[in-house]
Structure formats: structure tokens, C-alpha cells
Design a protein around this ligand. Structure first.
Ligand code: NAP
Length: 258
């Protein structure tokens, strides 16, 4: 990649799951920084909450895309690559979370989590590859993982396994595609106050747990994680490729105290 910041904003960023939660915030954070953003979600109607300014709207392209459907991903990414600058970055953010005791958790539910969180991300990366490789100033894939990839989290077997698999995929793609100029980085947040976690985080005992157990004393806001993720695309990721970056306020590295 070149060192001029404006050069990083050339080309289009596809963000999967950009209709709400973290994906919507990432799309906004990128558009605010001058990137042109393809906002992909199953409904394809763009951000479901909050109205971006007219200036930002011009840099946001809303497309329908189900990451569990290969043809749908291929069509959305081809559409973006056909636009000025071509597809240069992919943010694999779309994800689902199914909670349940392992003894009762069905294979169908397990498959559904893997289909969206891992196979969907892989299919998007594979579909994006020829476009990203064709970019002459470097390109990148950012996967949105989770700190659950390295924790024992009861009732989260499928989700944790999906995020661990995503981290493994991240490393393999990074090694395979570095010489094609494609950097691949996994951003692994802790708890974020979005729909996926809101009911859990609203409980008094969970709030008390956060105050006591998490170094920063609280979950993250989606704006914070989005800001971090967007800033990654404004710099050279070459030497970071393959890494998982934990953005969890120290939650997963703190042993805790009595
Ligand atoms: N919230 C947390 O505490 C937390 C912590 C760590 C990591 N994460 C990760 O952060 C990412 C975003 O999570 P979030 O909290 O923002 O969740 P969210 O609020 O539930 O949003 C999920 C997004 O994914 C989209 N999506 C779901 N299935 C899809 C599919 N098959 N195809 C395309 N889009 C799909 C949804 O859009 P449609 O339903 O409109 O398609 C929505 O835009 C996920 O990968 C999640 O695992 C979240």
C-alpha cells in the first residue's frame, strides 16, 4: 500500500451485515473517513436505524446479500467491483449467535451458526479474491471474530467454535494471499452493546459482573469497535496479516481478583 491516507480510501469496501449493530457502525465510520462502502445485508435496505447525512449516503451502496448463499455473495461483490475503483476491501461482519446447553444443542443449529459465521465468511473471501488481487496498491479482508474464540464459554459451543474456526481461516488465507497483496486480519471484540447481546447485558447481575471482572468495567460500544476497525483500513496492514487483535477492554486476559 502507499503511505498517503487518501490513497487508502480509493476502491470500495464491502461490509457484510451492515444493516444494524456493529456492521452498520463500521459502514458509517468508513463513509465518514471518505471510503465508499457497500452495505450488504439480507434485506438490502442499508442502515435500519439512524439516517446518514446526504453526503455520507452518496458513499453508501445498499445491496441485498445473504452470506449463506454463494450466488448472492458473488452477485453483490461483482456489482461492487463494477463500480469506480473496484472492490478493494471486504469486512466479514455478518454473524449470528445461538445460545444453548450443549447436551440439547441440535446439529442443525450448530450448522446454521457455522454456515453464517465461517462458511459465509469464507465464501465471501473467495468471491472477493480475484477483485482484491487485481488492486495495484494492496487490499485487505477484515474478519470480525470474537474473544470467545479462546475462552471456555458454557452454552456457547457452536458460536465459540465458529469464531475459533474464523481465526484459523484468517491465518490460512493470510498465508495464502500475502503475495497477492491481500492482508487478512481478524478483529475479535469482547461484549458489545448490540442486539445480539443487549438482553444479556441489561441484567443487573451482568452489569455487576462487568464492573467487577472486566478491566474497563463495562462492555464496549459498537462505535468504539467500529472506529478501531475503520482506522485499520487507513494504514498499511502488511505486517499485521494473519493476526487476531482482541479488542475486549482486557476482558479475556485478566485473571480476575478475589
Ligand atoms: N455484540 C457482541 O457482543 C459481539 C461480540 C463479539 C463479536 N461480535 C460479532 O460482531 C458481528 C456483528 O454482530 P452484532 O452484534 O452487530 O449483531 P447484530 O446486531 O445481530 O447484527 C448482525 C448483522 O448480521 C446480518 N446478518 C445475519 N445473518 C446474515 C446473513 N445470512 N447474510 C447477511 N447478513 C446477515 C444482519 O442483517 P440482516 O438480518 O438484515 O441480514 C445484521 O446486519 C458478528 O460477527 C458477531 O459475532 C459481536
Amino acid at each position: 500500500m502507499t503511505s498517503a491516507n487518501s490513497a487508502y480510501t480509493d476502491g470500495i469496501v464491502a461490509v457484510t451485515g451492515a444493516s444494524r449493530g456493529l456492521g452498520a457502525e463500521i459502514a458509517m465510520a468508513l463513509a465518514e473517513r471518505g471510503f465508499t462502502v457497500g452495505c450488504l445485508s439480507r434485506k438490502g435496505i442499508g442502515l435500519e436505524q439512524g439516517e446518514p447525512s446526504e453526503g455520507l449516503k452518496k458513499r453508501m451502496i445498499n445491496l441485498a446479500c445473504d452470506v449463506t448463499d454463494e450466488a448472492s455473495i458473488a452477485a453483490a461483490l461483482a456489482e461492487l467491483d463494477g463500480r469506480e475503483g473496484g472492490l478493494r476491501y471486504l469486512i466479514n461482519n455478518a454473524g449470528i449467535h445461538l445460545l444453548g446447553a450443549s447436551r440439547d444443542f441440535s446439529n442443525d443449529d450448530f450448522r446454521q451458526v457455522l454456515e453464517t459465521n465461517v462458511i459465509g465468511a469464507f465464501a465471501a473471501a473467495r468471491a472477493a479474491y480475484p477483485y482484491l488481487r487485481a488492486q495495484s496498491h494492496g487490499s485487505a479482508i477484515i474478519n470480525i471474530g470474537s474473544f470467545f474464540d479462546r475462552l471456555a464459554t458454557p452454552h456457547n459451543t457452536a458460536y465459540s467454535a465458529s469464531k475459533a474456526a474464523l481465526g484459523a481461516m484468517n491465518r490460512c488465507l493470510a498465508a495464502e494471499w500475502a503475495k497477492d497483496g491481500i492482508s487478512v486480519v481478524n478483529v475479535a471484540p469482547g461484549y458489545i452493546d448490540t442486539d445480539i447481546a443487549r438482553d444479556y447485558l441489561a441484567q443487573d447481575e451482568v452489569k455487576a459482573y462487568f464492573a467487577r471482572r472486566v478491566p474497563i468495567g463495562r462492555p464496549s460500544q459498537s462505535e468504539e469497535v467500529a472506529d478501531f476497525t475503520a482506522r485499520l483500513l487507513q494504514g498499511d496492514l502488511t505486517l499485521l496479516t494473519g493476526e487476531t487483535i482482541y479488542v475486549d477492554g482486557g476482558h479475556s486476559i485478566d485473571h480476575g481478583r478475589v
